[in-house]
Design a protein around this ligand. Structure first.
Ligand code: TXA
Ligand code: MG
Length: 374
């Protein structure tokens, strides 16, 4: 019963209608392309439909999902509680400028959950907020529009694996668990949306770096002082060491974005991340017995790096930050499929802006070992 629906071919309208009908039926989640990564979608207002997402991905149930909209009116209708009568905009004012600039696009905004909640409880995992996003991909927008309901969708990978940036990645992870994939070709951005919260605290915060950069956010009125609330693994280690209690136990760092505490973006092979400035790895970077070495190069590493005794598989992501983001998850997956023992990755400087912070955030989560720069 497995099939890939080729939405990019001549029958695209029929396939879109089919996928939208599947979303309305709610028996199986539907995988679809967005400009960031592929999502696994279901009707966000129906528990049974949303449970299908968690089952297919084998995702822990306390990690909430992002809700996708195709229009502002669709979001407003959901934000208005049933007895709402005023004509004011239910979308919090702090988000108006962000919506103007970045929607549709790779930005997720944390919204207040109306009471009673119109969303399936499985979407929000006990929280009194939910994440809202309007994707820029035309296939995604059309699908949501045709389904005519808000669509809850996490990335369409098996939990803990790198996010899928092509339909083949979804098929590889979820074969036999889902029935419909809309194929829109490779994703344009390649890393997930930036998640921001402008309503829960005194200052707006970034919960996850992504397709919209911190500099772009800071250029918006009300967002000049936006703070970073995510912790990369490197920082997490140093935070817990610095905050060690008198009895020697590390102080706990409570994750704010629930997704932060899980293993993420991990291929089977051990990933060793070389931070920008850490130098070029040689044969001493791999352990004994690691015969097959994957190398992901970006800005400076030369070809080969002198691994004469190993079988070397190289992926060159190029030096353009956007191309690096676009190719990153695919490179991790490709080397994993070729059964390498270890993947050495050339990191980039996250301070260079654009999607560099998102790239390094994902790499640090995928890496078991980090080699620091000087
Ligand atoms: O680009 C994307 O955002 C993709 C595409 C499919 O839209 N989706 C995606 O979903 O990355 P997912 O489930 O893999 O990541 C959702 C992130 C998680 O880190 C989750 O913890 C956070 O958003 N999140 C969702 N609802 C939240 C809430 N109410 N408060 C704080 N964080 C929330
Ligand atoms: Mg994900």
């Amino acid at each position: 019963d497995w099939q890939i629906e080729w939405a990019t071919e001549g029958t695209s309208v029929a396939n879109l209608r089919h996928a939208a009908a599947e979303l309305q039926k709610g028996t199986h989640p539907v995988a679809f392309p967005t400009e960031t990564v592929y999502g696994l979608g279901a009707d966000a207002t129906r528990s049974s439909a949303v449970r299908g997402i968690y089952a297919a991905k084998q995702r822990p149930a306390d990690n909430p999902l992002i809700v996708h909209f195709s229009s502002l009116d669709q979001l407003r209708a959901l934000l208005r509680s049933p007895d709402y009568s005023s004509s004011t905009d239910p979308i919090p004012a702090i988000y108006h400028e962000l919506i103007q600039r970045f929607w549709p696009g790779p930005l997720t905004m944390i919204m207040p959950l109306p009471s009673p909640s119109p969303l399936a409880p499985e979407v929000t995992a006990q929280l009194s907020t939910f994440g809202a996003r309007m994707p820029r991909s035309l296939i995604a927008l059309l699908l949501i529009h045709l389904a005519d309901r808000p669509i809850a969708a996490p990335s369409a990978n098996a939990s803990t694996k790198p996010s899928p940036t092509a339909a083949e990645h979804v098929a590889y992870d979820l074969d036999g668990r889902i029935t419909t994939i809309l194929d829109g070709g490779p994703c344009d951005v390649g890393v997930e949306s930036t998640v921001v919260d402008g309503i829960s605290g005194d200052t707006p915060v970034i919960l996850r770096p992504g397709g919209v950069s911190i500099d772009e956010l800071r250029a918006c009125p009300g967002w000049e002082r936006v703070e970073v609330a995510y912790k990369d693994k490197a920082e997490m280690d140093s935070v817990s060491k610095a905050g060690a209690e008198a009895d020697g136990k590390p102080a706990r760092v409570a994750p704010r974005a629930p997704g932060m505490k899980y293993r993420h973006y991990s291929p089977r092979a051990r990933v060793v991340l070389f931070e920008a400035g850490a130098g070029v790895p040689g044969p001493d970077a791999v352990q004994e017995g690691q015969r097959k070495v994957g190398l992901i190069r970006t800005k400076r590493w030369p070809r080969g790096c002198g691994f004469d005794d190993q079988e070397l598989l190289e992926v060159n992501l190029g030096s353009d930050t956007r191309s690096i983001a676009r190719g990153l998850f695919s490179a991790l997956r490709e080397l994993d499929r070729k059964d390498v023992d270890v993947i050495l990755v050339e990191g980039i400087d996250e301070r260079e802006g654009d999607v560099a912070a998102a790239v390094m955030n994902r790499l640090r989560k995928a890496a078991e070992v980090e080699v620091k720069g000087s």
